[in-house]
Design a protein around this ligand. Structure first.
Ligand SMILES: [Zn+2]
Length: 432
């Protein structure tokens, strides 16, 4: 655990407030019950840190009360899956096999009114092995769910295109479902820092190897992170607000690429073995998997079929991708696999002459070289990482992974600077 709540280490931080509004149609009864569960979760989380003789008893009593509140809450809704999820949520608090079974079953549901998760989860930096009490409530976002669904519908066709331009051996393994929501209430460990915007369920609830999985994406949090941090970096690239999509469409670009990233994780060849690669170099393997997902994800959503259907301007998408790559990289390339992956992509784009760092820490972008360079990187990653050849994988990792490039990496971060911005939630549901 870090000595500070914020990350990466800095002398001071900019805290950006994100207001979480209460959905219109919630009844007073539902609001009160939600408030109660959020407070109970904070108490359970604090009790995990405490050393006193009543600890187990207090934990049991609070959990019982929490389960009763979820059962009562299920009566406040009419949508079948919302009600069922809340009833099953109460059961998960029994722990053990009952938790496992119900967490897995909840992943199969499609709630239409609200999405609620509660219980012990891993949310901390690097996804800690310890599980801490957390609760969150979110409202399904139909508009952005449609964006994610378009990428899904076009996936097999775009994969055919990737086979033609990248490598004939590419195949797709099964991928997990996406549920796009807007967060409106959160407590316990998940309300600490950094604010995560995606939960991989039920794995993050401590249920491994589940048959059914789904990723819960907080689209309002993701857009707020982009707004608060990535947009601040426009100057580094010498761009202006007009170079990006209109504010209202930003969420659409971000969700399209993020869904692409997730599907990108499922693209490999018959010879790919990340478990074998992970035994050789666990960190390097994680970094390369994230880089592959980023690159394939970008190629999936910039493909003409999805881009036309979603009205995506590929030049603007390239800028969003570069801003996000920089935001991730500036979180510390050696501290998170996705930040390491951003470093790999940055380094490659510099080599291709698509990016050039200037003395004062700005970055010149040659956009006409962008997509050809991304395609080239996809080919290199496929040939070196996805073919199951340990030697070429090790060589590629040693050349591009930040952990094998400590001096250059430190110099680059020194020039460009770290991210010292964070977001904090203003939760209307918690106002009493
Ligand atoms: Zn990923």
């Amino acid at each position: 655990m870090s000595a500070s709540n914020f990350w990466p280490r800095a002398e001071k931080y900019d805290v950006h407030l994100l207001t979480l509004h209460i959905p219109d149609q919630l009844s007073e009864q539902a609001k009160l019950l939600m408030q109660e569960t959020l407070v109970l979760t904070d108490m359970l989380r604090m009790n995990q840190n405490a050393q006193h003789c009543q600890r187990t008893q207090l934990d049991a009593l609070l959990t019982l009360r929490l389960a009763a509140a979820f059962r009562s809450l299920s009566y406040c809704f009419t949508d079948k899956d919302t009600k069922t999820a809340l009833e099953w949520r109460a059961r998960t608090l029994e722990g053990g096999e009952v938790k496992r079974k119900h967490c897995e079953k909840i992943s199969e549901l499609n709630e239409r009114e609200i999405v609620c998760y509660s219980g012990t989860m891993s949310t901390w930096v690097g996804k800690s092995r310890e599980l801490y009490y957390s609760t969150f409530y979110a409202k399904p976002n139909c508009r952005l769910q449609n964006i994610s669904d378009v990428i899904d519908r076009n996936f097999q066709r775009t994969l055919e295109h990737l086979k033609a331009i990248i490598h004939q051996d590419l195949i797709s393994m099964s991928s997990c479902r996406y549920k796009i929501v807007d967060l409106f209430g959160i407590s316990g460990e998940a309300n600490l820092y950094p604010k995560h915007f995606a939960y991989f369920m039920p794995e993050d609830e401590g249920v491994k190897h589940a048959n059914c999985k789904r990723t819960i994406v907080f689209s309002n949090v993701y857009t707020a992170l982009f707004d608060a941090i990535s947009i601040k970096q426009l100057d580094i690239f010498g761009w202006h607000a007009e170079d990006l999509p209109h504010k209202e469409s930003l969420g659409e670009y971000l969700i399209a690429w993020f869904r692409g990233h997730d599907l990108g994780h499922s693209i490999m060849t018959n010879r790919t073995s990340f478990s074998k690669l992970s035994k050789l170099d666990r960190w390097g393997s994680m970094v390369m998997q994230e880089a592959l997902a980023d690159i394939f994800g970008l190629l999936l959503c910039s493909h003409e079929r999805s881009a036309n259907e979603l009205n995506i301007d590929n030049t603007k998408l390239a800028r969003i991708y570069l801003l996000e790559m920089l935001r991730y990289m500036r979180r510390g390339p050696c501290d998170f696999p996705d930040a390491g992956a951003a470093y790999v992509q940055f380094k490659f784009l510099v080599e291709c002459g698509c990016l050039k760092i200037t003395e004062n820490g700005n970055v010149s972008v040659y956009l006409e070289r962008f997509y050809p360079s991304i395609t080239k990187l996809a080919k290199h990653l496929t040939e070196n990482i996805l073919q199951g050849d340990d030697e070429s994988a090790a060589l590629f990792i040693s050349k591009y992974c930040p952990n094998n490039d400590l001096q250059d990496c430190a110099k680059l971060i020194d020039t460009i600077g770290i991210v010292a911005d964070t977001i904090e939630y203003e939760q209307k549901i918690r106002e009493v």
